[in-house]
Design a protein around this ligand. Structure first.
Ligand code: PLP
Length: 391
């Protein structure tokens, strides 16, 4: 099956009932048994089944199965949010004295985990310059239990060579975890490139409609079971209602991503030519510094881009409200175009000093293309630029 077909069909067959063609929302906290022995067998893991909502739920499993198939993984486990997925994975696999190697450009919330929370528990984190593969490799040689990558990064759109870094990580016995939220499984499959674990904020492209939150981790049965044991106790399971919305959203995943890849390319190309635009970051552009590497591991370049305009923060604040076809909001990956400066979006969790230390340009605008017509988006940007120019 190709990914377009998987988006529609995968994971559902086992969970539909009474001839329904759609996976039902099983809105039940508990699952009862007539036979106490059978109940015990399920508790002890001798038999498959459902016990309690914090453990497993059929609607939630259908969602997990769909993403698992798209990511070519052995197993998958979902969470209430993307951050819960990242947090639970790190805390279930690491222990005091362990060392994590990662990059400076990870998502704001992830960065906070690295800077504030993991060190509090005696886990050392080394954050490297995102583009410096030599530095990342050298850091791993000093000791590494887990290599954490995000590629492309949100919103700087930098690319890490997954195959190369996974090989170096495996040489020192580290687990390789990749945040694939921005790329989506339609454009990139980190497990096929050598990663051990793939994590998504399902809130973004997987759901695609900005109406449900979720997170998911895919990988080997062995590792997923370890994370499941932790999540089962600490909480943060995906709610069955959210799982249903995510499944429904994913039916059009391939369609949406195909359009968003095209729209982002068209918008980035336009921005490159505009005199008010300073820099455009989109790995799909042939002359982008990340293009060659992106081409090696991605089949499409995604719907997210970022750019800076002349005049700094003051002009950014004036410019954004003039856009008609873009929500000014802290989200990405929805069917509607969404835009915002990074200090209110991807890196809202970080202080100005932290953003500076990470090298995040303060005036950078994150632009997440929706599925609108590209020429309408370009016209919209054009009219907003015109108002600024005439001031
Ligand atoms: C949004 C996001 C997250 C966090 O996901 P939530 O669902 O908001 O918790 C993690 N990584 C990336 C790249 C994101 O964009």
């Amino acid at each position: 099956m190709n990914s377009a077909t998987k988006s529609v069909w995968s994971g559902e067959e086992k969970y539909v009932v009474a001839g329904a063609t759609q996976v039902p929302i099983i809105q039940s906290v508990v699952f009862g048994y007539d036979d106490v022995e059978e109940w015990s067998d399920v508790i002890e893991g001798k038999k498959d089944g459902y016990i309690y909502g914090r453990y497993k739920n059929p609607t939630v499993e259908a969602f997990e199965e769909k993403v698992r198939m798209l990511e070519h993984a052995e197993a998958a486990i979902s969470f209430s949010t993307g951050m819960a997925a990242i947090n639970d994975t790190l805390f279930s696999l690491l222990k005091p004295g362990d060392r994590v190697v990662s990059i400076k450009d990870t998502y704001g919330g992830t960065n906070k985990l690295f800077l504030d929370f993991l060190p509090k528990f005696g886990i050392e984190v080394s954050l490297c310059e995102t583009n410096n593969h030599h530095e990342i490799e050298a850091e791993m040689k000093k000791g590494c239990h887990l290599l954490y990558l995000e590629t492309p990064t949100n919103p700087t759109m930098k690319i890490n060579d997954i195959t190369r870094l996974a090989r170096a990580a495996h040489d020192v016995g580290a687990i390789v975890m990749v945040d694939n939220t921005v790329a989506t499984p339609i454009n990139q499959n980190p497990i096929k490139l050598g990663a051990d674990l793939v994590v998504h904020s399902a809130t973004k492209y997987l759901g695609g409609h900005a109406d449900a939150m979720g997170g998911i981790l895919c990988g080997s049965t062995d590792i997923i079971n370890k994370v499941y044991e932790y999540r089962m106790i600490t909480g943060a399971p995906l709610d069955p209602n959210a799982a249903y919305s995510l499944i429904r959203g994913m039916k059009t995943l391939h369609l949406r991503i195909t359009r968003q890849n095209e729209n982002a390319y068209a918008v980035a190309k336009f921005l490159k030519t505009h005199p008010l635009v300073e820099e455009v970051y989109y790995p799909g552009l042939e002359d982008d510094s990340e293009h060659e590497l992106a081409k090696k591991q991605m089949s499409g370049f995604g719907g997210l881009l970022s750019f800076s305009i002349k005049g700094g923060m003051k002009t950014v604040n004036e410019f954004l409200p003039h856009l008609k076809f873009a929500h000014l909001a802290a989200n990405l990956g929805a069917v509607e175009t969404t835009v915002g400066p990074i200090h209110t979006t991807s890196h809202a969790e970080c202080t100005l000093e932290e953003r500076k230390a990470m090298g995040m340009p303060e005036g950078l605008i994150r632009y997440s293309t929706g599925i609108e017509d590209a020429s309408d988006l370009i016209e919209d940007l054009q009219q907003a630029f015109k108002i600024i120019e005439e001031k």
